[in-house]
Design a protein around this ligand. Structure first.
Ligand SMILES: *Cc1c(COP(=O)(O)O)cnc(C)c1O
Length: 246
């Protein structure tokens, strides 16, 4: 499925207005909210249209699919920045490190260490976030923090990994990422976003010298609430590109 440049431009304008309004409601600067366009399942012609319409950050959740697109497009879309937002198997870490400058979905220390090893060979720098399962949904990946703050052991385990990750060469940890349960009623997931921010704040308090500015949270159905709760990166697919293929 494709999307015309005119329609895309219109949708981007509407989304940017909604981002600005949500930021204003929270007394935030809309420039502090980065839009990542989720292009999974869409063909390279859709990414090209999105780029022509002014979008620069693109998110993919599967390595094989991303590799084809990124390889085909990196020369043609020189200002594009690619974000890995899907689950990472440890045998794919070298591929992930070579394709993506940003990885939102690191969910265990082993993945961070293997990404670091891969990056160390090329002397590069990888920007990562840690995925957190804060809602407790069984279907979600990420560090399990659903019981926090009552349950402190999960926080201590996360803190220990964060400390380890901040000393890995080639890795810059920027903050946390989460996916809220799908909902038609965004207010119901506000507590998920609020708790991710509080979790980031709690980590930051323990690591004052290592800035953790980013919260990657908010999708098509809930990005305004996420921004009101402090999202610095929203990951939007359907609302910009229409329904996904397959
Ligand atoms: C697919 C996906 C999105 C985008 O979802 P939409 O509802 O289409 O905006 C965002 N984040 C992740 C991790 C995804 O897999």
């Amino acid at each position: 499925m494709s999307v015309s440049l005119g329609l895309l431009t219109e949708r981007i304008q509407q989304v940017q207005e909604r981002i600005s309004d949500a930021a204003a409601r929270a007394g935030r600067d809309p420039a502090d909210v980065q839009l990542v366009t989720v292009t999974k399942t869409h063909g390279i012609e859709v990414v090209e249209s999105a780029y022509l319409a002014g979008l620069r950050h693109f998110g993919e959740n599967r390595v094989e699919e991303a590799e084809g697109k990124i390889t085909a497009l990196s020369d043609r879309l020189p200002e594009s920045t690619w974000h890995m937002i899907g689950h990472i198997q440890s045998r794919k870490t070298a591929q992930v490190a070579s394709l993506f400058p940003w990885v939102h979905s690191v969910d265990r220390f082993k993945i961070a260490r293997r990404l670091s090893d891969a990056v160390a060979e090329t002397g590069g720098m990888l920007n990562i976030m840690l995925e957190v399962n804060i809602s407790g949904e069984a279907s979600k990946y990420g560090y399990h923090l659903a019981g926090w703050p009552e349950e402190q052991a999960s926080f201590q385990a996360l803190l220990e990994d964060v400390r380890g990750i901040t000393s890995l060469p080639g890795i810059r940890l920027h903050g946390l990422m989460t996916m809220a349960p799908f909902t038609d009623e965004p207010e119901t997931v506000r507590p998920v976003f609020r708790r991710l921010r509080q979790l980031r704040d709690a980590l930051q308090e323990r690591l004052p010298a290592y800035p953790l500015p980013h919260l990657s949270m908010g999708m098509s159905s809930d990005f305004e609430v996420a921004i009101e709760e402090g999202a610095t990166i929203v990951r939007l697919g359907t609302i910009l590109l229409g329904p996904r293929n397959g």
